[in-house]
Design a protein around this ligand. Structure first.
Ligand code: PLP
Length: 461
């Protein structure tokens, strides 16, 4: 750290936090005896906590966000300059960075054409749900309104996105949920529901979606919402054949395909978007976390000109437009930061770096799997990887949840912050998650996997 904080400042910050902050996604009882970790500064791949301890951040800000790393002066400057020029005006009109970022984004998304600005991943997904519902009313008398979502996928914390939530623990006790959301089976070869592998498994898992569509009635299903690679649900990569068949099914039944790229979008898997690995053509793409690498809040729903055309003025229906607004979708800091974020990714060849460093990390994790029988599976794409820990490789029984916490704590003790999947099913919080910034070097990758090696040895022997 640069010495800007003195001891008094720090103890005040910790006390204020403990007295008044309600942290996300965790229980607070432990803070009665232990202080929460408060990150004071970041630079590149590294962050420093209130005790001056340095960490290599292997999870890009905890939740797959800071794709270009910390302390980027050019993004801070782009935001500053834009704020001094114009901080905000509602998106009922336009702005310079809003126009320029939309143009640049669409350039990376062949087949797509329109960008709707919002400010969180949940909100972006919810906007798409509204568009799908409006299309159902416009074209199908309201009938084709159901939205399919997949077991283990996550789309956000609002009521409608929770209704499309495939992680039970995050949904239970928040009901009643919104009607019209229907779950389809997950697609995870490691914990396969069918005795098939590779392409055969992928096609079978997609066929299971078709079975749900037929059971519900295809004329009631408006859209299918999926993560390209499931993130918090356990870093689940699709088997070959899955996405091609999913697209076929959507076309067959006139179902709009909504890809939630909130985690995968903007380079995380080595292409601009995760879906671009699979040659599919979505109708909607939503994105958030990496869009401006956390330097400003921005999220986008992107769609085709064909969908957009449905919402254009129509003399017979004066209400034929998307009757929605997101106040902070008009903040200019978001697209200003996003433009500069994208320039950095291009100029520094970070997509290529993501692919090669992702390959290195996958190789390292495979080597750890040879050494530690506790690792049942390793999977991922680009710099978006996971290692599933099991008590028994044959039965695939997950390790107890507390041991994942011990492994993470042992990594943190060595100065490496790693993540873990969410407890979608009690007992299945057993995936170590890695998503370092796209600027990671070979040394950074090796430092992360070396720490995991030591942590696994300490915890499991
Ligand atoms: N979609 C996915 C795949 C996510 O992982 C998340 C958050 O982790 C969201 C949507 C929700 O994004 P936000 O927290 O910005 O609302």
């Amino acid at each position: 750290m640069d010495g800007t904080f003195n001891e008094n400042d720090i103890s005040h910050i910790v006390e204020a936090d403990k007295a008044h902050v309600w942290h996300h996604l965790i229980q607070h009882k432990p803070f009665e005896t232990n202080d929460p970790r408060i990150i004071l500064e970041g630079k590149g791949m590294r962050v420093w906590d209130q005790n001056g301890k340095e960490y290599l951040d292997a999870v890009s800000g905890g939740v797959w966000t800071v794709n270009v790393g910390y302390g980027r002066e050019s993004i801070a400057k782009a935001v500053y300059d834009q704020l001094m020029k114009l901080c905000y005006f509602a998106q009922t009109g336009g702005s310079i960075p809003g126009s320029l970022f939309a143009e640049k984004l669409i350039d990376k998304m062949p087949g797509m054409s329109r960008v709707y600005y919002t400010n969180s991943g949940s909100e972006a997904n919810e906007k798409v749900f509204k568009m799908v519902r409006q299309i159902a009313h416009k074209r199908y008398g309201g009938k084709k309104h159901k939205i399919l979502y997949r077991d283990r996928d996550y789309h956000g914390g609002t009521l409608a996105t929770m209704s499309a939530g495939g992680q039970d623990e995050r949904v239970m006790q928040y009901g009643p949920l919104a009607p019209g959301f229907v779950r389809v089976p997950h697609c995870m070869e490691y914990r396969a529901q069918w005795d098939l592998t590779g392409e055969e498994y992928g096609r079978r898992a997609a066929d299971a979606i078709e079975e749900v569509i037929l059971a519900e009635g295809a004329d009631t299903v408006g859209a299918l919402c999926l993560e390209p690679v499931t993130a918090g649900g356990g870093v689940i990569t699709p088997p070959p054949g899955y996405w091609e068949r999913v697209q076929e099914i959507c076309r067959k039944y006139d179902i709009l395909l909504h890809i939630d790229e909130v985690v995968c979008g903007i380079g995380r898997t080595g292409t601009w978007f995760g879906y671009q690995h699979y040659g599919i053509k979505p109708d909607f793409v939503t994105m958030a976390k990496g869009v401006a690498s956390g330097y400003a809040a921005i999220a986008c729903c992107v769609t085709t000109e064909e969908v957009f055309d449905l919402f254009k003025d129509n003399a017979e229906d004066p209400l034929n437009y998307f009757r929605d607004i997101s106040t902070f979708g008009g903040c200019t800091a978001g697209p200003a930061a996003a433009l500069e974020n994208m320039r950095i990714i291009e100029d520094e060849n970070l997509l290529d770096n993501c692919t090669s460093m992702g390959d290195r990390m996958m190789g390292n994790l495979e080597a750890l799997m040879e050494k530690h029988r506790i690792i049942g599976d390793v999977r991922g794409k680009g710099l978006f990887l996971g290692a599933e820990l099991v008590a028994d490789r044959k039965t695939k029984e997950p390790v107890p949840e507390k041991t994942i916490a011990q492994v993470s704590a042992e990594c943190a003790a060595q100065g490496v912050i790693i993540g873990s999947s969410n407890r979608s099913v009690p007992g299945l919080n057993n995936v170590l998650c890695f998503s370092p910034a796209l600027i990671a070097t070979a040394d950074d990758i090796d430092q992360i996997t070396d720490a995991v090696d030591v942590a696994l040895t300490r915890v499991y022997g």
